[in-house]
Write a protein that binds this ligand. Structure first.
Ligand SMILES: *[C@@H]1O[C@H](CO)[C@@H](O)[C@H](O)[C@H]1NC(C)=O
Length: 373
């Protein structure tokens, strides 16, 4: 061994090998490490000690919990810190994640960042630093499940590569910024459970790649913008518990891949368009707690397949349409608290339903109700 090392040729080779290894996996960019230290210093995580792994004598790209880098440049590409996780570090402590503090603007110096996840820590407060919109490579921004306040940065539209924007379950206010609809790569938009007000932007349908729009539990007003009708990838639309008003447009029922539509707890008026009940692609439809009136359109058929159909707490009148008994499947049906009348149809979709599905109507009879027709 000593003899081998002594040989000038092998020494040269090993020097070459070592420097090859060093350049192949670059260690953490010093500027990024400085930025991460500043980011860390405004946060406190008492339960798990994840920041204990962020120590100066370790390489931030290899040993720091939740950090990944580009192996060629040593630049930080991912911050992935979730307060609810199946990681060993969580199981060992037996406690769920909790973190307080604020998001330091130093994170904006991580200009190679593609994914910024700081979610479900329950206690992180303050505003989203406006400079995050300068992170031009960002594809995922997930800050859900904290106590963030303030508004969605007005120039969020600058993040042209953004595919996921999740700010759900925070205390954000203000309106949906006009620039948001220019995010042409956006697939998932989740703003559920905040205090976001104002109208849904009229050009919301410009989000051509969007498949999930979860905007429930906010303070949104106005009506459903017609541009939504052109969203050919929209599968889940949740606008529940807002103040959306006006009639449900007929075009909603003609959307190609829409399968979940929650409009419950709003101020919708007018009749239920037949198109949304005859569209066999809808698996979940919740129109509960609005001011819908008129009869339930008689448009069901053998392709009707509802996991859940909730029309409760409206002012629907007339009979339950007979065609509903020809449905292939209705898992959960709730038409209680309306003004319906007449006999409950018989047939397989009704066999498993309980009286609560039909209670508090004007004069329904038969089926699971105690009242005979
Ligand atoms: C429909 O919405 C109402 C009101 O928000 C809710 O109470 C109900 O559980 C929902 N129905 C289903 C089937 O999820």
């Amino acid at each position: 061994m000593a003899k081998l090392l002594a040989s000038p040729l092998t020494s040269l080779l090993s020097v070459a090998l070592i420097s090859f290894v060093i350049t192949a996996v670059r260690s953490c960019s010093p500027a990024d490490q400085t930025a991460l230290n500043a980011f860390k210093s405004s946060l406190t995580e008492p339960n798990l000690g994840i920041f204990n792994t962020w120590s100066e004598d370790k390489d931030c790209c290899k040993d720091w919990y939740g950090i990944s880098c580009d192996p060629d440049s040593g630049r930080v590409t991912d911050i992935s810190l979730r307060g609810e996780s199946e990681d060993a570090i969580f199981q060992k402590s037996g406690r769920s994640g909790y973190m307080t503090g604020t998001i330091d603007p130093s994170v904006c110096a991580l200009t190679a960042l593609t994914s910024f996840v700081l979610a479900d820590w329950k206690g992180i407060s303050g505003e989203i630093p406006p400079c995050v919109t300068s992170l031009a490579s960002l594809r995922i921004l997930d800050l859900a499940g904290n106590r963030l306040t303030g508004e969605i940065p007005a120039d969020i539209g600058k993040l042209t590569k953004l595919g996921v924007l999740n700010l759900a379950e925070n205390q954000m206010s203000g309106e949906i910024p006009a620039s948001l609809t220019s995010l042409t790569e956006l697939k998932h938009l989740e703003l559920t459970e905040n205090g976001i007000s104002g109208e849904i932007p009229a050009d919301f349908g410009s989000l051509k790649m969007l498949s999930r729009a979860l905007l429930g539990r906010n303070e949104l007003t106005g009506s459903l913008p017609e541009s939504i009708s052109g969203m050919e990838r929209l599968a889940d639309l949740d606008l529940s518990r807002n103040h959306i008003e006006g009639p449900i447009p007929e075009w909603v029922g003609n959307m190609k891949v829409l399968s979940l539509l929650n409009l419950d707890c709003n101020s919708l008026t007018g009749p239920i368009p037949g198109s949304i009940l005859s569209n066999s692609g809808f698996g979940v439809l919740n129109l509960s707690r609005n001011a819908l009136e008129g009869t339930i359109p008689d448009v069901f058929g053998s392709t009707t397949y509802f996991v859940a159909l909730d029309l409760s707490y409206n002012s629907l009148s007339g009979r339950i349409p007979d065609s509903l008994s020809s449905a292939k499947f209705v898992g959960h049906l709730d038409i209680s608290n309306n003004k319906l009348c007449g006999p409950i149809p018989t047939g397989s979709p009704f066999d498993h339903l309980e009286a609560a599905s039909f209670s508090d109507n004007q004069c329904l009879c038969g089926g699971p109700l105690m009242k005979t027709c």
